[in-house]
Ligand binder design. Structure first.
Ligand code: GUN
Length: 290
């Protein structure tokens, strides 16, 4: 029997409705309207699309969403000065500088400048540390946090499960590992240098694919009955598609679906959760204050 689909779009909609309620309650009780400011440096087309959808999602949840667009050649010092201003602005509860930034700007300097209590991306080392030690005020990066919500709402028991994280990026693999360990999974992280990779992934009850390689995870790498979460979003050339490409995940979906018990599609799986969790972090930042 093919695996049950985990519908990320539906879960993201639920989360956004919950966030809207939470934002309304905060407004009623304390006259606070949660506000997210997104900073976009340069004119990368894909980033512009993401940023527009973040602003729209904020407004739909009854929050303030502002985007500050800076030219590509903005000096790093000017960007840092803007972050200082946003850090000091009481109406701004969450700050997100869209990555990647242009090459002349050091992304780590940007991340370190954002006040940890406004770092709704969860990239600041203070938040990385708080999440790692299970400190509840920490902000977890939105994509792995979204994966945890998908697992929970799909009724997957993570405690005691063998979870395998494929990929060790700072944005997904490492924080995913941290969240799964804190949810009492037995976690293995593997990556491009892992020996006998398929032997490792085949031990997973829960397999998280975040390696950034199109359709990398094939059916022979998956234990029958495993839960497979596909974090990848890859563009592959496809002459038959209208735009000349199609989107696919890190999992060879059609074949893995025949082996897994539950699986996320691409698109419509993990992707929609990222913005929903960003809104959730922003409302929490507003509630927690400085
Ligand atoms: N670029 C792509 N995804 C993200 C994200 O989650 N946060 C930031 N800041 N930039 C991104």
């Amino acid at each position: 029997m093919p695996a049950e689909l985990i519908d990320g779009a539906a879960v993201a909609k639920e989360i956004r409705a919950e966030v809207a309620q939470h934002a309304a309650a905060l407004h009623a009780a304390r006259d606070i309207t949660p506000g997210l400011t997104v900073v976009l440096v340069g004119d990368d087309a894909a980033s512009a699309v993401y940023v527009a959808s973040k602003e729209k999602a904020c407004k739909e949840a009854g929050m303030n969403g502002e985007t500050i667009r800076l030219p590509h050649d903005t000096p790093q010092a000017d960007l840092l000065a803007l972050i200082d201003r946003l850090n000091a602005d009481p109406a701004v509860h969450g700050i997100l500088v869209q990555m990647p930034v242009p090459k002349h700007i050091d992304p780590q300097a940007v991340i370190l400048r954002i006040a940890p209590h406004k770092d709704v991306d969860g990239f600041h080392p203070i938040n990385v540390g708080r999440v790692w030690i299970g400190e509840p005020t920490g902000f977890a990066p939105c994509t792995p946090a979204g994966v945890m919500v998908l697992l929970e709402r799909a009724g997957v028991t993570v405690a005691g499960a063998n979870a395998v994280v494929l990929g060790r990026s700072t944005i997904v693999g490492k924080p995913m590992t941290s969240l799964l360990v804190n949810a009492s999974a037995t976690v293995t992280v593997c990556h491009s240098k892992t020996r006998d990779l398929a032997d490792v992934t085949r031990r997973a009850d829960v397999l998280i694919a975040a390696i950034g390689k199109p359709e990398f995870v094939t059916a022979d790498m998956v234990k029958p009955g495993a839960v497979v979460i596909d974090v990848g979003i890859n563009r592959v050339n496809d002459a038959s598609a209208k735009r000349g490409y199609r989107l696919c995940g890190d999992v060879a979906f059609a074949q893995v679906r025949e082996v897994a018990s539950k699986i996320t599609p691409v698109p419509g799986g993990v992707g929609p959760m990222t913005i929903a969790m960003l809104l959730k972090n922003t409302v929490r930042a507003a509630e927690q204050g400085a």
